[in-house]
Write a protein of this length. Structure first.
Length: 434
C-alpha cells in the first residue's frame, strides 16, 4: 500500500508534459474490439485504468503490443467470444464500453455490471435505453448485464437522451457503428473525448458525424478494419496542474495541451487572480498574488468540468472571502470535504453545494484519497499546506494520473511515495474511480 508524503510550501516552477486523455483512452481500448485488424494507438496515457482494460482484452484473446513508450498496437481479430473477465470488469467503471463493442462485434454481450461507485449512484439506464432502442434485449440480473441483438445485429435508431451522459453517448456511438442503418443520438454529450473516440472509430472505417455537437449521427457499416489514432491531451490532467500552480504559487509551462479545451478552467483561474498565457499547444500559469474568491458551477462540456471540482475546492480554501461551488453533474461528489477539513479547511457541503470560507493556510494532516480527483485535491492541498500531509489510498490517483509524483517533483514539489506493507483488502477499496 503506497502513500504520498507531501511537504507544503514550495512554489512550482518549470515545465510539465501532459499525457493522453484518460477518458478517451478508456473508451478507445474497448472500441478496438470492434476491429478486424490492428489498431495503432499513440499518446496512450500510462495509468493503471489503461493497464486494466488492456489486460481485459488480452484475457479475451487480443494481442497487445507496446511499440513505443506511449504507443500500443491492439489486434482483436482473434477474439471469438463476447465474455469479458467479470472480476476485472467490476474494478473499472469504463468497462461498460465493452457492452457496446461486444454488441457491435458479436451481436451479444455478457458482462458484469461496471464497478461500484465512490461518489454516489452511477446508473447505466441511459446506456441500456439506447441499446434497447437499437433492438437489443437487455437483462440486468445478479450483478450481470446480458444483452442480445434481436436478429444478431443491432438496428439503427433515433435516441433522445433523457440526461446528458458522456458514457452513454460513447457506448451507443460505438455499438451503432456496425448497426443496420442510421442511428441518431440527440441531446448527446459534447466532451472533447467524444470527438476523439468518433475520430478513432472513423479511422477504422466507421461513419460517425456530428460528434462534439448535441446531435451525433452514425451510419452503420458492415464491419470495421484496423485503424490508427493519436489520443488528445488530457484536459483534466492539465487542469489539475493549473490548479496546483494556483494553490502553491510559482510559474509553470504546461505542455502538450489543447488550450481551447482549457478555456473555462483558465477563465476561472483568471477571475481568481492567476495569470494565464495561451500558446499553440501549451499554457503558462503564473501565480504571484493572493487568490481571490470565486463561485463555480460544474456542468457538461463546455461548462466547468465536474472532474475539476475537488481540485478547485482545495485551491479556494486559501482564497480571500467566501466561495460557493455548485455540483451540476453528480449527486454526491463532496465526500472528500471531510478530508480537507482535517487540514483546517472551512467548508460546509450540503447536497449539491459547498460553501468555502477562505483561510490563511491549511495545515498538513493524514488524509485519504476518496476517489481519483479527490486524491488529486488532497495532493494540491498538501502542496500549499503548512507542514506534512500524508495521502493514503493513492491507487485511486494512479488510475488516472500518469506519473503524478514524478511530474510534480520535476516542477519543484516536495512529494515522495512511501510503500507500506499491504493490509487485507476491503471491498470498499475495490470501488471505482473513472
Ligand atoms: C464520465 O463518467 C467520466 N468517466 C467521469 O470522469 C466524469 O465525471 C463524467 O463522465 C462526467 O463528465 C469516464 O469517462 C470513465 P455520465 P460517466 O454518464 O460517463 C447520470 C473521472 O474522474 N447518468 O456523463 O459515467 C449520472 O448519474 C471520472 O475521470 C444517468 O442518470 O458519466 C450523472 O449524474 C469520474 N444515467 C450524469 O448522468 C446513465 O445511464 C453524467 O454521467 C448515465 C449517467
Amino acid at each position: 500500500m503506497d502513500k504520498y508524503v507531501v511537504r507544503g510550501g514550495n512554489p512550482l516552477f518549470g515545465e510539465v508534459e501532459i499525457g493522453g486523455a484518460k477518458n478517451a483512452a478508456v473508451a478507445i481500448i474497448p472500441a478496438a474490439l470492434m476491429a478486424n485488424g490492428v489498431c495503432r494507438i499513440e499518446n496512450m496515457p500510462r495509468i493503471s485504468d489503461v493497464d486494466l482494460l488492456l489486460s481485459i482484452l488480452k484475457q479475451m484473446g487480443a494481442k497487445v503490443r507496446m511499440v513505443g513508450k506511449t504507443i500500443f498496437e491492439i489486434d482483436c481479430t482473434g477474439v471469438k467470444h463476447s465474455k469479458a473477465p467479470f472480476d476485472k470488469m467490476r474494478r473499472i467503471r469504463a468497462s461498460y464500453y465493452l457492452i457496446g463493442s461486444m454488441l457491435g462485434r458479436f451481436g451479444n454481450a455478457k458482462t458484469a455490471m461496471p464497478g461500484g461507485c465512490n461518489f454516489g449512484v452511477r446508473p447505466i439506464d441511459q446506456h441500456i435505453r439506447g441499446i434497447s432502442a437499437m433492438g437489443a434485449g437487455v437483462e440486468v440480473k445478479g450483478g450481470f448485464v446480458y444483452a442480445e441483438a434481436n436478429h444478431g445485429r443491432l438496428d439503427g435508431a433515433r435516441i433522445y437522451m433523457d440526461k446528458v451522459s458522456v458514457g452513454a453517448t460513447m457506448n451507443i456511438m460505438i455499438a451503432a457503428t456496425t448497426a443496420n442503418g442510421r442511428t441518431v443520438i440527440e441531446n448527446a454529450a459534447k466532451e472533447p473525448h467524444i470527438v476523439d473516440v468518433a475520430n478513432f472509430l472513423n479511422s477504422m472505417g466507421a461513419d460517425v458525424r456530428g460528434a462534439g455537437t448535441d446531435t451525433v449521427k452514425i451510419n452503420g457499416v458492415a464491419d470495421l478494419h484496423g485503424g490508427a489514432h493519436c489520443i488528445i491531451p488530457d484536459q483534466i490532467e492539465a487542469g489539475t496542474y493549473m490548479a496546483a500552480v494556483a494553490a502553491a504559487g510559482g510559474e509553470v509551462l504546461i505542455k502538450n495541451v489543447i488550450p481551447k479545451h482549457l478555456d473555462c478552467i483558465a477563465a476561472k483561474l483568471r477571475e481568481m487572480g492567476v495569470e494565464i498565457k495561451e500558446y499553440e499547444d501549451s499554457i503558462l500559469v503564473k501565480r504571484t498574488r493572493p487568490l481571490r474568491r470565486a463561485n463555480i458551477k460544474t456542468l457538461p462540456y463546455p461548462g466547468f468540468p465536474t472532474d475539476m471540482q475537488p481540485q478547485f475546492c482545495a485551491v479556494l480554501c486559501m482564497a480571500s472571502g467566501t466561495s460557493v461551488i455548485t455540483e451540476g453533474v453528480w449527486d454526491n461528489r463532496y465526500r472528500y470535504v471531510n478530508e480537507l477539513k482535517k487540514m483546517g479547511a472551512q467548508i460546509q457541503a450540503d447536497g449539491k453545494t459547498a460553501v468555502i470560507e477562505g483561510i490563511e493556510s491549511l495545515t498538513g494532516a493524514p488524509v485519504a484519497a476518496c476517489d481519483l480527483r479527490a486524491g488529486a485535491a488532497m495532493v494540491i492541498a498538501g502542496l500549499c499546506a503548512r507542514g506534512t500531509t500524508e495521502v493514503e489510498d493513492v491507487s485511486y490517483i494512479e488510475r488516472g494520473y500518469e506519473d503524478f509524483v514524478g511530474k510534480l517533483k520535476c516542477i519543484g514539489a516536495d512529494i515522495a511515495v512511501i510503500t507500506e506493507p499491504d493490509e487485507p483488502k476491503s471491498t470498499d477499496k475495490e470501488a471505482i474511480a473513472g
